[in-house]
Design a protein around this ligand. Structure first.
Ligand code: ATP
Ligand code: MG
Length: 264
């Protein structure tokens, strides 16, 4: 199982959107996929049309080891796609992770027992720098960083790269790879990108090049109502007939394949 997380340390950067479409595309290609909602806001759980029944285990109970990991995994309405859901009670896990001393390693440890059941695990992280974010990054082989093409997005990118760098260099919690930075809500008017998007994406390239030698800024996710419509209707972009908009998701899937050297 290769584990890939969507991380960006600000709200509304496209984390959940990216997890949803990447997980669904991998599942549609026939891979067995475990999606994990690691955000107490539980947007991914909602986007996947899943309702947590009272008293049924979620990521909270899995992290606290109150249940076996497999008992926190549910089928979704989509073939090959499974979910460890969350609800707002997940917030209470912060103290548990902080108190354990090795909180950043907790999620990775809990996933070991199910690693043989899935080809890919795709995790949605919360927007804050928190114990949950640390354990999500610690569990990951690859990270995808969505960044809104705005000033807020650039600040999120810097905070996120700083955190990844700390976890990599200082305490070796993260031994994986950054798969790419994906500009989110890239605005175009007709055939031209707006000057604001243009300059923000240029800044993303400059910021990223201070940390990495290769150009990690990937094809952008366009500003488009079609994404929201697809989410609301439970459809993939391909099912909506939006192959062009799905291109950045396809590129991400290729990057994920490159983690284990597999090709479609
Ligand atoms: P949070 O930090 O709150 O978890 P997030 O980083 O997960 O946010 P998303 O929830 O994925 O961000 O996206 C933010 C909003 O943008 C959502 O309401 C979503 O419906 C909307 N959205 C998704 N794709 C697009 C798009 N291509 N263009 C415009 N809006 C979009
Ligand atoms: Mg989200």
């Amino acid at each position: 199982m290769q584990t890939v997380s969507s991380i960006s340390l600000a709200g509304g950067q496209g984390k959940t959107t990216m997890v949803l479409f990447v997980a669904r595309l991998l599942a549609a290609k026939g891979h067995t996929v475990l999606a994990i909602d690691a955000d107490p806001q539980s947007s991914l759980t909602t986007f996947l049309g899943f309702t947590v029944e009272p008293d049924s285990p979620t990521l909270l109970e899995v992290l606290k080891k109150q249940v076996d990991t497999k008992d926190g995994i549910y089928e979704t309405r989509y073939n090959n796609l499974f979910l460890i859901p969350s609800d707002d009670a997940l917030d209470t896990v912060q103290d548990y992770l902080a108190g354990s001393g090795t909180g950043a390693l907790t999620l990775g440890r809990r996933l070991k027992s199910v690693a043989k059941l899935f080809n890919y695990c795709i995790i949605d992280a919360p927007p804050q720098r928190s114990q949950i974010s640390l354990t999500v990054i610690g569990a990951s082989d690859g990270l995808m960083i969505p960044v809104e093409a705005s000033v807020k997005g650039l600040q999120s990118l810097i905070r996120t790269l700083e955190l990844i760098n700390e976890l990599k260099e200082e305490d070796e919690t993260f031994g994986g790879r950054v798969l790419g930075v994906v500009p989110f809500r890239d605005r175009w008017v007709g055939l031209r990108r707006t000057t604001e998007s243009e300059s923000n994406i240029e800044s993303m390239k400059q910021i990223t090049s201070q940390w990495f030698e290769e150009d990690l800024v990937l094809p952008s996710i366009r500003e488009s109502e079609k994404f929201k419509q697809a989410i609301n209707r439970g459809l993939t972009l391909h099912e909506m007939g939006q192959e062009d908009l799905a291109y950045p998701i396809e590129v991400l899937v290729d990057k994920i394949y490159s983690l284990d050297g597999k090709h479609d």
